[in-house]
Ligand binder design. Structure first.
Ligand SMILES: NC(=O)c1ccc[n+]([C@@H]2O[C@H](COP(=O)([O-])OP(=O)(O)OC[C@H]3O[C@@H](n4cnc5c(N)ncnc54)[C@H](O)[C@@H]3O)[C@@H](O)[C@H]2O)c1
Length: 250
């Protein structure tokens, strides 16, 4: 990915998506997509202030009509998307016996269906160009178990499986698909469903338990994303890559 490209990033208003948008905008045009349209606008302004170019788009990835409208807007105003990072996500805590059906559906809709719809939206451009790189946001929790995260774990495993399917199906068209599986990264999502005191305790526990001894920073995940979208990873597809401070080793 030497030349300047259009890179679509969802969940780009905050956290890992935002850090990735800021990093990739140093050499590419970034489409900053998020349900939080104002936040997407703020990140776009930051990119422009730093001398880059970007377009903000408000999208709800769990809604097919919204994803198709985003793609149509990109097609008419920007051009083909041959690189994409689908990072939109939420965290709802809950043990299996107590997860309300609506919470389960929301987790599956945003993570699994949302990632699927976004991949489906960009693949035709990639097929036409006979080239493409997709990175989907999974998690360490796709492949390791933690308490109170059944819906999240199931959703992140599904994203990993979807990524492998896409990698296999579209390898002949020179489209690569990989998943990111971060460990605990210092972003607003870690606060979800926690009081300030619980959040402070969780941060301490993460740091204590991780071999590297600290939470990760969103920029450290963005650096791996940059690698996975670039030709430096040209021989990698269908993989899950873990910037995780050593939380999971295999
Ligand atoms: N922070 C971590 O420790 C960690 C670890 C592993 C994986 N992840 C994953 O990384 C991704 C990014 O998380 P983050 O830590 O940057 O959190 P974050 O809360 O800072 O960012 C998530 C972004 O996704 C957006 N979003 C949520 N639902 C959306 C929807 N329906 N449509 C469009 N945008 C939507 C939010 O508005 C927000 O801007 C998530 O998928 C998360 O599960 C995070």
């Amino acid at each position: 990915m030497g030349e300047k490209q259009n890179i679509l990033i969802t969940g780009a208003a905050s956290g890992i998506g935002r850090a990735s948008a800021l990093r990739m905008a140093k050499s590419h045009h970034v489409i900053v997509a998020d349900r939080d349209g104002d936040g997407a606008g703020t990140v776009t302004s930051e990119i422009v202030a730093a001398g880059g170019t970007a377009t903000a788009i408000a999208v709800d990835v769990s809604d097919g009509a919204s994803v198709r409208a985003m793609k149509a807007q990109i097609e008419s105003n920007i051009g083909p998307v041959l690189s994409a990072f689908f990072a939109a996500g939420i965290f709802i805590r809950g043990v299996t016996g107590e997860i309300p059906e609506a919470d389960w559906d929301r987790m599956m809709d945003i993570h699994v269906k949302g990632t699927f719809l976004c991949c489906q939206a960009v693949i035709p451009d990639m097929i036409a160009a006979n080239k493409g790189a997709i990175v989907n946001m999974s998690s360490d929790f796709a492949v390791m178990a933690v308490p109170g995260a059944a819906a999240y774990m199931a959703a992140k495993s599904a994203i990993y499986s979807l990524t492998k399917s896409i990698a296999l199906e579209f390898a002949p068209q020179n489209i690569r698909a990989n998943a990111l599986g971060p460990g605990p990264i210092d972003t607003p999502i870690l606060k979800s469903g926690r009081t300030e005191a619980e959040y402070a305790k969780a941060r301490e526990a993460f740091a204590e338990n991780l071999p590297i001894g600290r939470l990760g920073q969103p920029e450290e995940v963005a650096a791996v994303l940059d690698f996975l979208l670039s030709d430096r990873s040209a021989y990698m597809t269908g993989q899950i890559i873990h910037p995780n401070g050593g939380q999971l080793m295999w």
